[in-house]
Design a binder for this molecule. Structure first.
Ligand code: MG
Ligand code: MG
Length: 288
Protein backbone atom coordinates (compact mmCIF):
# COMPACT_ATOMS: atom_id res chain seq x y z
CA UNK A 1 0.00 0.00 0.00
CA UNK A 2 2.71 2.46 0.91
CA UNK A 3 5.34 0.93 -1.29
CA UNK A 4 8.10 3.32 -2.17
CA UNK A 5 8.30 3.96 -5.90
CA UNK A 6 11.77 3.23 -7.16
CA UNK A 7 11.99 6.13 -9.55
CA UNK A 8 15.46 6.76 -10.94
CA UNK A 9 15.98 10.48 -11.52
CA UNK A 10 18.11 11.24 -14.56
CA UNK A 11 21.33 13.25 -14.60
CA UNK A 12 21.62 16.41 -16.73
CA UNK A 13 23.71 14.48 -19.28
CA UNK A 14 21.07 11.76 -19.46
CA UNK A 15 18.31 14.33 -19.97
CA UNK A 16 20.31 15.81 -22.85
CA UNK A 17 20.61 12.32 -24.38
CA UNK A 18 16.88 11.71 -23.98
CA UNK A 19 16.31 15.09 -25.62
CA UNK A 20 17.95 13.79 -28.81
CA UNK A 21 15.48 10.88 -28.90
CA UNK A 22 12.72 13.40 -28.18
CA UNK A 23 13.71 15.68 -31.06
CA UNK A 24 13.84 12.71 -33.42
CA UNK A 25 10.35 11.78 -32.27
CA UNK A 26 9.24 15.34 -33.03
CA UNK A 27 10.63 14.92 -36.57
CA UNK A 28 8.69 11.68 -37.00
CA UNK A 29 5.49 13.37 -35.86
CA UNK A 30 5.88 16.33 -38.18
CA UNK A 31 6.78 14.12 -41.18
CA UNK A 32 3.64 12.05 -40.61
CA UNK A 33 1.50 15.09 -39.92
CA UNK A 34 2.48 16.74 -43.21
CA UNK A 35 1.22 13.71 -45.12
CA UNK A 36 -2.16 13.32 -43.43
CA UNK A 37 -4.74 13.97 -46.15
CA UNK A 38 -7.76 12.29 -47.72
CA UNK A 39 -6.73 9.14 -49.61
CA UNK A 40 -3.62 8.12 -47.69
CA UNK A 41 -3.67 4.82 -45.81
CA UNK A 42 -2.61 4.46 -42.21
CA UNK A 43 0.01 1.92 -43.33
CA UNK A 44 1.57 4.55 -45.61
CA UNK A 45 1.86 6.85 -42.57
CA UNK A 46 3.64 4.04 -40.72
CA UNK A 47 6.16 3.72 -43.57
CA UNK A 48 6.85 7.46 -43.49
CA UNK A 49 7.62 7.18 -39.78
CA UNK A 50 9.84 4.13 -40.28
CA UNK A 51 11.80 5.97 -43.00
CA UNK A 52 12.59 8.86 -40.63
CA UNK A 53 13.65 6.41 -37.92
CA UNK A 54 15.87 4.47 -40.35
CA UNK A 55 17.41 7.68 -41.70
CA UNK A 56 18.46 8.66 -38.19
CA UNK A 57 20.05 5.29 -37.44
CA UNK A 58 17.51 4.80 -34.66
CA UNK A 59 15.06 2.00 -33.96
CA UNK A 60 11.30 1.84 -33.65
CA UNK A 61 10.64 1.46 -29.93
CA UNK A 62 6.97 0.59 -30.51
CA UNK A 63 8.20 -2.67 -32.09
CA UNK A 64 9.70 -3.60 -28.72
CA UNK A 65 6.15 -4.04 -27.40
CA UNK A 66 5.61 -7.82 -27.65
CA UNK A 67 3.45 -8.60 -30.67
CA UNK A 68 3.40 -5.07 -32.11
CA UNK A 69 4.97 -4.84 -35.57
CA UNK A 70 4.58 -1.16 -36.52
CA UNK A 71 6.55 2.03 -35.85
CA UNK A 72 3.51 4.14 -34.87
CA UNK A 73 -0.11 3.83 -33.82
CA UNK A 74 -2.81 5.55 -35.89
CA UNK A 75 -6.23 5.81 -34.28
CA UNK A 76 -9.18 7.13 -36.30
CA UNK A 77 -12.57 8.54 -35.12
CA UNK A 78 -13.90 6.23 -32.34
CA UNK A 79 -10.41 4.74 -31.95
CA UNK A 80 -8.45 6.59 -29.27
CA UNK A 81 -5.14 4.79 -28.89
CA UNK A 82 -3.20 1.76 -30.14
CA UNK A 83 -4.75 1.82 -33.63
CA UNK A 84 -2.81 -0.57 -35.87
CA UNK A 85 -1.69 0.84 -39.25
CA UNK A 86 -3.25 -0.96 -42.20
CA UNK A 87 -5.34 -0.58 -45.34
CA UNK A 88 -7.70 2.03 -43.89
CA UNK A 89 -7.93 5.07 -46.15
CA UNK A 90 -8.28 8.44 -44.41
CA UNK A 91 -11.39 10.39 -45.38
CA UNK A 92 -12.27 14.10 -45.16
CA UNK A 93 -13.28 15.03 -41.60
CA UNK A 94 -11.68 11.99 -39.93
CA UNK A 95 -10.08 12.69 -36.54
CA UNK A 96 -6.67 11.00 -36.55
CA UNK A 97 -4.43 10.45 -33.52
CA UNK A 98 -0.84 9.45 -34.20
CA UNK A 99 1.39 8.10 -31.43
CA UNK A 100 5.07 7.86 -32.37
CA UNK A 101 8.41 7.12 -30.78
CA UNK A 102 11.99 6.12 -31.37
CA UNK A 103 14.94 4.72 -29.48
CA UNK A 104 18.19 6.57 -30.16
CA UNK A 105 21.49 5.66 -28.48
CA UNK A 106 19.56 3.60 -25.94
CA UNK A 107 17.17 6.41 -24.90
CA UNK A 108 13.49 6.73 -25.74
CA UNK A 109 11.23 9.35 -27.29
CA UNK A 110 7.42 9.18 -27.16
CA UNK A 111 4.90 11.77 -28.40
CA UNK A 112 1.41 11.93 -29.88
CA UNK A 113 -0.80 14.43 -31.69
CA UNK A 114 -4.29 14.58 -33.15
CA UNK A 115 -5.46 16.26 -36.36
CA UNK A 116 -8.73 16.43 -38.24
CA UNK A 117 -8.44 15.66 -41.96
CA UNK A 118 -9.55 18.73 -43.97
CA UNK A 119 -13.02 18.69 -45.50
CA UNK A 120 -16.05 16.66 -44.54
CA UNK A 121 -19.28 17.72 -42.91
CA UNK A 122 -18.69 20.97 -41.03
CA UNK A 123 -20.60 20.30 -37.78
CA UNK A 124 -18.76 17.04 -37.12
CA UNK A 125 -15.44 18.56 -38.20
CA UNK A 126 -15.91 21.42 -35.75
CA UNK A 127 -16.83 19.00 -32.96
CA UNK A 128 -13.69 16.96 -33.60
CA UNK A 129 -11.40 19.99 -33.88
CA UNK A 130 -12.74 21.24 -30.55
CA UNK A 131 -12.13 17.83 -28.94
CA UNK A 132 -8.54 17.82 -30.19
CA UNK A 133 -7.95 21.39 -28.97
CA UNK A 134 -9.36 20.61 -25.51
CA UNK A 135 -7.16 17.50 -25.28
CA UNK A 136 -4.04 19.37 -26.40
CA UNK A 137 -4.65 22.23 -24.00
CA UNK A 138 -5.27 19.81 -21.12
CA UNK A 139 -1.83 18.34 -21.85
CA UNK A 140 -0.25 21.81 -21.70
CA UNK A 141 -2.16 22.52 -18.48
CA UNK A 142 -0.62 19.36 -17.05
CA UNK A 143 2.88 20.29 -18.23
CA UNK A 144 2.46 23.80 -16.78
CA UNK A 145 1.34 22.29 -13.46
CA UNK A 146 4.46 20.12 -13.39
CA UNK A 147 6.60 23.27 -13.53
CA UNK A 148 5.81 24.09 -9.92
CA UNK A 149 4.38 20.83 -8.63
CA UNK A 150 5.79 19.14 -5.54
CA UNK A 151 4.38 15.72 -6.40
CA UNK A 152 3.77 14.06 -9.78
CA UNK A 153 0.07 13.45 -9.27
CA UNK A 154 -0.62 17.21 -9.25
CA UNK A 155 -0.36 16.85 -13.04
CA UNK A 156 -3.48 14.70 -13.27
CA UNK A 157 -5.45 17.06 -11.07
CA UNK A 158 -4.60 19.94 -13.44
CA UNK A 159 -5.42 17.91 -16.58
CA UNK A 160 -8.80 16.83 -15.21
CA UNK A 161 -9.69 20.31 -13.97
CA UNK A 162 -8.91 21.83 -17.37
CA UNK A 163 -11.06 19.28 -19.21
CA UNK A 164 -13.98 19.57 -16.78
CA UNK A 165 -14.03 23.33 -17.30
CA UNK A 166 -14.45 22.87 -21.07
CA UNK A 167 -17.70 20.90 -21.00
CA UNK A 168 -18.86 17.34 -21.32
CA UNK A 169 -15.84 15.17 -22.06
CA UNK A 170 -14.64 11.77 -20.95
CA UNK A 171 -11.11 10.98 -19.73
CA UNK A 172 -9.83 7.44 -20.20
CA UNK A 173 -9.09 5.87 -16.82
CA UNK A 174 -7.37 2.63 -17.79
CA UNK A 175 -4.64 4.29 -19.85
CA UNK A 176 -2.17 6.76 -18.34
CA UNK A 177 1.16 8.50 -18.94
CA UNK A 178 4.45 7.17 -17.62
CA UNK A 179 8.08 7.70 -16.80
CA UNK A 180 10.52 7.19 -19.67
CA UNK A 181 14.25 6.73 -20.20
CA UNK A 182 16.13 3.54 -21.06
CA UNK A 183 12.69 1.96 -21.48
CA UNK A 184 9.71 3.60 -23.15
CA UNK A 185 7.52 2.79 -20.16
CA UNK A 186 8.94 3.25 -16.66
CA UNK A 187 7.62 4.24 -13.26
CA UNK A 188 5.81 6.35 -12.30
CA UNK A 189 2.28 6.20 -13.71
CA UNK A 190 1.17 9.71 -14.72
CA UNK A 191 -2.59 9.97 -14.31
CA UNK A 192 -4.84 12.25 -16.33
CA UNK A 193 -7.21 12.72 -13.40
CA UNK A 194 -7.08 13.41 -9.71
CA UNK A 195 -5.93 10.57 -7.47
CA UNK A 196 -5.50 10.63 -3.70
CA UNK A 197 -1.93 9.32 -3.61
CA UNK A 198 0.58 12.16 -4.19
CA UNK A 199 3.02 10.20 -6.38
CA UNK A 200 6.81 10.64 -6.44
CA UNK A 201 8.58 13.87 -5.62
CA UNK A 202 9.00 16.33 -8.50
CA UNK A 203 12.64 17.31 -8.76
CA UNK A 204 15.28 17.78 -11.49
CA UNK A 205 15.86 14.58 -13.44
CA UNK A 206 12.25 13.43 -13.45
CA UNK A 207 11.33 12.60 -17.07
CA UNK A 208 7.72 11.70 -17.81
CA UNK A 209 5.21 11.47 -20.64
CA UNK A 210 2.01 13.44 -20.11
CA UNK A 211 -0.66 12.07 -22.46
CA UNK A 212 -4.35 12.78 -21.95
CA UNK A 213 -6.75 10.53 -23.88
CA UNK A 214 -10.11 12.25 -24.13
CA UNK A 215 -13.51 11.51 -25.71
CA UNK A 216 -16.51 13.67 -26.56
CA UNK A 217 -18.67 11.02 -24.87
CA UNK A 218 -18.13 8.35 -22.25
CA UNK A 219 -15.01 6.91 -20.62
CA UNK A 220 -15.59 3.21 -21.35
CA UNK A 221 -13.46 1.52 -23.99
CA UNK A 222 -13.15 -1.84 -25.73
CA UNK A 223 -10.08 -3.43 -27.26
CA UNK A 224 -10.53 -4.82 -30.77
CA UNK A 225 -10.91 -8.60 -30.39
CA UNK A 226 -9.38 -9.24 -33.83
CA UNK A 227 -6.14 -7.24 -33.69
CA UNK A 228 -5.85 -7.26 -29.90
CA UNK A 229 -4.65 -3.63 -29.87
CA UNK A 230 -7.04 -0.96 -31.12
CA UNK A 231 -8.82 0.80 -28.25
CA UNK A 232 -12.26 2.22 -29.18
CA UNK A 233 -14.86 4.15 -27.25
CA UNK A 234 -17.67 1.81 -26.21
CA UNK A 235 -20.32 4.41 -27.12
CA UNK A 236 -18.84 5.24 -30.54
CA UNK A 237 -17.86 8.77 -29.51
CA UNK A 238 -14.75 10.44 -30.93
CA UNK A 239 -11.33 10.15 -29.31
CA UNK A 240 -8.25 12.40 -29.17
CA UNK A 241 -4.75 11.84 -27.80
CA UNK A 242 -1.90 14.29 -27.24
CA UNK A 243 1.44 13.48 -25.64
CA UNK A 244 4.71 15.18 -24.84
CA UNK A 245 7.81 13.93 -23.07
CA UNK A 246 8.86 16.39 -20.38
CA UNK A 247 11.90 16.74 -18.13
CA UNK A 248 11.95 18.55 -14.80
CA UNK A 249 15.01 20.82 -14.74
CA UNK A 250 16.58 23.15 -12.17
CA UNK A 251 14.42 26.04 -13.32
CA UNK A 252 11.16 24.24 -14.14
CA UNK A 253 10.24 22.05 -17.11
CA UNK A 254 11.64 21.37 -20.57
CA UNK A 255 9.49 19.68 -23.23
CA UNK A 256 11.85 17.22 -24.92
CA UNK A 257 9.55 16.41 -27.87
CA UNK A 258 8.96 20.03 -28.91
CA UNK A 259 11.52 21.96 -30.97
CA UNK A 260 10.95 25.09 -28.88
CA UNK A 261 11.11 23.18 -25.59
CA UNK A 262 7.43 23.95 -25.05
CA UNK A 263 7.69 27.75 -25.22
CA UNK A 264 4.61 28.32 -27.39
CA UNK A 265 2.40 25.74 -25.70
CA UNK A 266 3.26 26.88 -22.18
CA UNK A 267 2.94 30.64 -22.84
CA UNK A 268 -0.86 30.78 -22.25
CA UNK A 269 -0.22 29.29 -18.82
CA UNK A 270 2.45 31.86 -17.92
CA UNK A 271 5.25 29.28 -17.85
CA UNK A 272 8.61 29.58 -19.63
CA UNK A 273 10.52 26.41 -20.47
CA UNK A 274 13.79 25.98 -18.61
CA UNK A 275 16.29 24.05 -20.73
CA UNK A 276 19.44 22.35 -19.56
CA UNK A 277 22.28 24.26 -21.16
CA UNK A 278 25.28 22.25 -22.22
CA UNK A 279 26.13 18.95 -23.80
CA UNK A 280 26.00 18.90 -27.56
CA UNK A 281 22.41 20.08 -27.90
CA UNK A 282 22.51 23.15 -30.13
CA UNK A 283 20.93 26.21 -28.55
CA UNK A 284 19.10 27.19 -31.73
CA UNK A 285 16.77 24.24 -31.30
CA UNK A 286 15.16 26.17 -28.49
CA UNK A 287 14.09 29.05 -30.70
CA UNK A 288 13.26 27.08 -33.88
MG1 MG B 1 3.03 7.53 -26.99
MG1 MG C 1 3.47 7.28 -23.87
Amino acid sequence: MFRRLQYRYKTAEQVLAIRRAGLLTERICSAVRQRIAPGITTLELDRIAQDVINGAGASANFKLEPGYTHAICVSVNDEIVHGVPGARVLAPGDIVSVDAGAELDGWNGDSAFTVVVPGGESTMRHRRETLSAVTEQSMWAGIAALADARRVNEVGTAVERYIEDQGDYGILREYVGHGIGRSMHEEPAVFNYHVRMPGPEVRPGLVICIEPMVTDGGEETDTDPEDGWTVRTSDGSNGAHWEHEVAVTDGGVWVLTAKDGGREGLAPFGVEPSPIVGGDTPGEELTA
